[in-house]
Write a protein that binds this ligand. Sequence first.
Ligand code: FMN
Length: 221
Amino acid sequence: MTRIFRLDASIRGEASVSRALSDTLLETLTSELGDVASVTRRDLAADPVPPTAWSLAANAGFVPEEQRTAEQVDAVAYARTLADEAAAADVLIIGAPFYNFGVSQHTKAWLDILITDSRFAPGTQPGAGKTALLVASRGGGYSEGTPRYGWDHGTPWLVRIFRDVFGYETEIIETELTLAEHTPAMAHLVDLAKEHRARAHEAAAEHGKRVAAIYTDAAAA
Ligand SMILES: Cc1cc2nc3c(=O)[nH]c(=O)nc-3n(C[C@H](O)[C@H](O)[C@H](O)COP(=O)(O)O)c2cc1C
C-alpha cells in the first residue's frame, strides 16, 4: 500500500500556486494508484509549529529523559507526531512557497523540529528507497541570466535536506514569475508566467504518473 504525505506551507490560501500544483500532483498520483493510496496531510499555515517547540525539543535531546521538563516532554512528543507522519510515507509532496528569498518560516520550523527526532537525524537516511516531490512556487524570476540568478535560497536548501541529508529520491516541480499578474512592473511577463505555470502543472501530472508507476510495479513484483 502506497502511503502519501502532503505538506502545505503557503500562507496565500486559495490564491496559492504551490497548493494548486500539489493538487494536480496528488490527484494524478492517487487516481493512477487507484485505491492503494493512503494520504496524510499537514497544513502548516493553518496549524503552524508552535514557536517554542523546536528549542524545547532540541534542548531535550541533551537532557536525560527523567530530567526533562513537562514542556520538553510535550515538545518531544509533538516532534514524534510530525516524524511519524513523514516516516510512514513512501511519497512526500512538499509544497514550497518562496518567501523573502528562502523557504517559508513554517517549512523551516517543521524541518527543524523533524530533525530533532532520531529517525530524521543527519546520517540516518530516512528517505532511502522513498520519494520526495518538492513543489516550488516563486513570485519573481531566478533563472540563469536574470538579474536575480542565485537569489533563490529556498529550493537548493530543500534539495540539500531531502536528497542529501534524508536520502529521498528527490524531484522538483517548480514555477516562477507568479507575481507577474499582480505586479504592474511585471506586466510584460504575464504570458511567460502563464506558460511556466501550465508547464508546471504538466510536470506535476507527469511526476504523478511516473511515481505511481514505480509504486504500482513494486507492489506487483
Ligand atoms: C510574504 C511574502 C514574501 C514573498 N517574498 C518573495 C521573494 O522574496 N521573492 C519572490 O520572488 N517572491 C516572493 N513572494 C511571492 C511568492 O513567491 C509567490 O506568491 C509564490 O507564488 C508563493 O507560493 P504560493 O503561491 O504557494 O504561496 C512573496 C510572497 C509573500 C506573500
